[in-house]
Design a protein around this ligand. Structure first.
Ligand SMILES: C[S@@+](CC[C@H](N)C(=O)[O-])C[C@H]1O[C@@H](n2cnc3c(N)ncnc32)[C@H](O)[C@@H]1O
Length: 328
């Protein structure tokens, strides 16, 4: 196995090993191991488990290994959204907040060999992950990646035909969202396309966790200032921000991702990781004691209420695709 190959080790605490189908993205083989989400890089032959889903820059649920798993769990719908955004062959496109590069294989395919992608992300380890994907030669157009802040872009005015930004606005307080939109408008050519994809968490479900419990959890997290929750609940207001920023022909479309048992291993891994994150966050909140007992049971593999053992397990995630144009 060469340095550019990645094995994604997916949690599930089941101790089982599962192999995913080879696909066109950067992943070839997945395992379900005991323990939490992590990624094994094979550069020195030693496994390295990343035990936290946050980046070094403090963004929750944004470490590349977590993003890989989340992306694979909803890949079909995510890729349909990107295909629908309107990026054209030969365009020069900015991926603003590229994370570990989950969308780059398809984006590069859509732009083709005459296209070009610049990618920026705040987290250096995510930038390094994208550099490894670029070096692997699997992307279908030239891609350059660097550390950067989407609220203060280091690109010239009018440089891009399009900007793609997936799952980033949820981390930006309103003032930073305004700054990001002003910056993306600045770097777009007249007539250029902005496409923003983000989760619409008002529609989030993880059945059989009671909805009211989830809402109490979201309420407490938002009250504590957890931006990924605040931003996820703001998604339907994005079009307002985008219009205010001066974009025209603004449209949004909501796509649902729904999964129910029997789940694919990567979906199980994603749900196990998500429940574990929620339970971990709940420990630091003031929640009713009976709900804490239930939440802990949901991520305890030895408990009858363990989430992955529930026959009616159902995950629903809504996503907004928002498009707008810089006036010509
Ligand atoms: C949930 S991840 C999404 C990554 C990728 N777009 C995807 O959908 O897989 C959010 C990413 O936004 C990045 N990010 C958050 N705030 C940022 C900012 N102000 N500038 C650049 N990147 C930012 C984080 O580092 C993280 O990689």
């Amino acid at each position: 196995m060469g340095e550019s190959d990645f094995w994604v080790i997916i949690s599930g605490r089941s101790g089982r090993t599962a192999y995913l189908e080879k696909n066109n993205s950067s992943f070839s083989k997945c395992e379900v191991l005991s323990g939490r989400m992590g990624k094994k890089t094979m550069t020195d032959g030693a496994a390295r488990l990343t035990r936290d889903s946050a980046t070094s820059t403090g963004h929750a649920l944004s470490a590349a290994d977590w993003l890989d798993t989340h992306f694979l769990a909803g890949q079909c719908e995510y890729e349909t959204m990107l295909r629908a955004a309107g990026f054209q062959a030969g365009w020069c496109v900015l991926d603003a907040g590229c994370g570990g590069g989950s969308f780059l294989p398809l984006l590069s395919e859509l732009l083709g060999e005459n296209g070009r992608i610049n990618a920026v992300d705040l987290a250096p380890e995510n930038v390094s992950q994208v550099e490894r994907i670029v070096e692997s030669g699997r992307l279908q157009c030239p891609v350059s990646v660097r550390e950067g802040d989407v609220t203060a872009l280091s690109f010239d005015d009018g440089q891009f035909d399009g900007v793609w930004s997936a799952n980033v606005t949820q981390y930006l307080p309103d003032a930073e969202l305004d700054a990001m939109l002003a910056e993306t408008r600045r770097v777009l050519k007249p007539g250029g396309l902005l496409a923003v994809k983000d989760t619409e968490d008002c529609a989030f479900r993880l059945h059989p966790i009671p909805s009211l419990l989830l809402w109490r959890l979201f309420d407490a997290l938002a009250g504590r200032g957890e931006m990924t929750v605040i931003g996820g609940l703001r998604a339907l207001h994005l079009s307002h921000f985008v219009r205010e920023a001066g974009f025209v022909h603004v449209r949004h479309k909501v796509t649902y991702i729904e999964r129910q048992t029997p789940l694919r291993p990567v979906e199980e891994a994603f749900i196990a990781g998500l429940v574990e994150w929620l339970a971990q966050e709940a420990e630091s909140l003031v929640m009713p004691a009976s709900e804490m007992v239930y939440i802990r049971a949901c991520c305890d593999p030895s408990h009858p209420l363990y989430m992955l053992r529930q026959p009616g397990l159902y995950w629903r995630e809504a996503n907004v695709l928002l498009t707008g144009y810089k006036a010509a």
